[in-house]
Design a protein around this ligand. Structure first.
Ligand SMILES: C[S@@+](CC[C@H](N)C(=O)[O-])C[C@H]1O[C@@H](n2cnc3c(N)ncnc32)[C@H](O)[C@@H]1O
Length: 399
């Protein structure tokens, strides 16, 4: 067993052991089944005042340590999430081209720095995988002098990219391609280096599938959005991952990305209101049906959330074809929704603790797959998490 496989197994065992704490969404079920097994944790979370929830969400482990709720968990969490850094502590991004967002430019600077440190001498051409506007591809050309092919689904981005590159006489060419469907194996020659920054879910696993048959010289990949898969269930990419027996639903795959929700106060207030309304409606539907089951209200227009709770419930219950109770005290029903929202947010903190271990496991599964098909893989964090929390990168070289 090599070190990746060993780590994959150890982290899987850890996630299996604590599965009740992350598998169930309190949104659909309160009390959550784990509360009987972990009464101290349950009590500590239920007591968090509403105005402290966001602070605890930002650093749930610190809060639990302070309260002594799960003493054995904190060192295990550290062990299962530690990663080496692939770059120097501070990388200078250099002048930012117009039209590139500041954080994106910093990510590109760290990304290229990690790639250049790994001395990819066999590469005579780069492919920017799901390139978007191709800023990464252009940076790779500037640093290495090699031509770049940008593969991108959106034909407007392809057109605009080619017009811009022609004006700058830059040997970066955009191609319209659906990497999931088109036959692009001929693009991945033995002299090609592939770079992929934030290629979501299947877009990066597709690259790894293709790499089984047509081995490019080098791949540098930062995965994200693990939940973007076909179907509702995830199956591991590597044989080692499959052996661990760990499975995830699409809802559970969303967990790693939950720390990305950086938004304005206005947006956060809106989200709270939406959650209170949905949960308030759910309570009314449970009362009218007599069944203690969650009813999803489906897609809701923002205007409905801005209106009154009563008009929201009437419209949403009609759209899901469910009856409201014949008599409703609307003031009380809305208050119940807000109280439920507080409880659900507090109990959801147990899931937040497992965001990073789950992400690390999904990432290691990809690393293990590449090792299984004959790549030598170096991996770690390519930039500080303040620049992007999706900061795990793998650098794979054909052995
Ligand atoms: C999150 S963006 C990342 C863009 C770029 N790599 C970056 O970091 O700025 C993902 C890009 O993948 C493209 N994309 C989505 N599905 C694709 C597919 N099936 N084939 C090729 N590109 C795709 C999208 O149009 C989008 O530009």
């Amino acid at each position: 067993m090599n070190s990746t496989t060993q780590r994959l197994h150890e982290t899987a065992a850890f996630l299996h052991a604590y599965r009740p704490l992350w598998e169930q969404r309190p949104f659909v079920c309160v009390p959550v089944p784990w509360e009987t097994e972990w009464p101290k944790l349950s009590a500590v979370l239920r007591e968090i005042p509403d105005d402290k929830i966001e602070k605890v969400e930002a650093n749930p482990l610190a809060f639990l340590k302070e309260n002594g709720a799960l003493p054995t968990l904190s060192s295990a969490l550290f062990h299962h999430t530690k990663m080496m850094s692939l770059t120097e502590n501070s990388v200078t991004a250099g002048p930012r081209p117009s039209g590139v967002d500041h954080r994106k430019w910093q990510q590109i600077a760290y990304f290229t720095s990690a790639v250049l440190r790994s001395a990819c001498v066999d590469v005579n051409r780069w492919v920017d995988w799901c390139a978007g506007k191709g800023h990464l591809g252009v940076a790779m050309h500037r640093h290495t002098g090699r031509p770049v092919h940008c593969l991108e689904l959106n034909m407007h981005l392809v057109h605009r990219g080619n017009v811009r590159m022609a004006a700058e006489q830059c040997p970066v060419t955009f191609y319209t391609a659906n990497v999931l469907k088109d036959d692009i194996s001929a693009t991945l020659t033995a002299e090609t280096g592939v770079v992929a920054l934030h290629a979501c879910g299947q877009l990066n696993t597709r690259l790894f599938e293709l790499a089984t048959h047509c081995a490019p010289a080098f791949m540098a990949v930062v995965p994200c959005c693990y939940q973007r898969i076909d179907g509702m269930h995830f199956s591991p990419v590597s044989s080692a991952g499959k052996q661990t027996g760990l499975t995830f639903t699409r809802h559970q795959l969303r967990l790693p990305a939950l720390d990305e929700v950086k938004s304005t106060q206005h947006r956060r207030a809106f989200r709270k209101r939406e959650m209170a309304f949905r949960l308030g409606l759910d309570l009314l539907l449970r009362e009218s049906s007599g069944a203690d089951e969650y009813t999803p209200a489906g897609k809701i227009a923002p205007a409905m959330i801005r209106g009154s709770f009563e008009s929201f419930c009437r419209a949403a219950s009609e759209s899901v074809q469910r009856e409201l109770p014949s008599r409703v005290n609307w003031r009380q029903a809305e208050k119940n929704g807000w109280e439920r929202r507080h409880l659900v947010s507090a109990l959801s903190i147990s899931r937040q603790l497992f965001r990073r271990p789950i992400e690390v496991w999904l990432f290691l599964d990809r690393v293990a797959h590449l090792e299984e098909i004959g790549f030598t893989v170096n991996y770690g964090e390519f930039c500080p998490s303040q620049i992007t929390p999706r900061n795990l990168m793998l650098l794979a070289r054909r052995s």
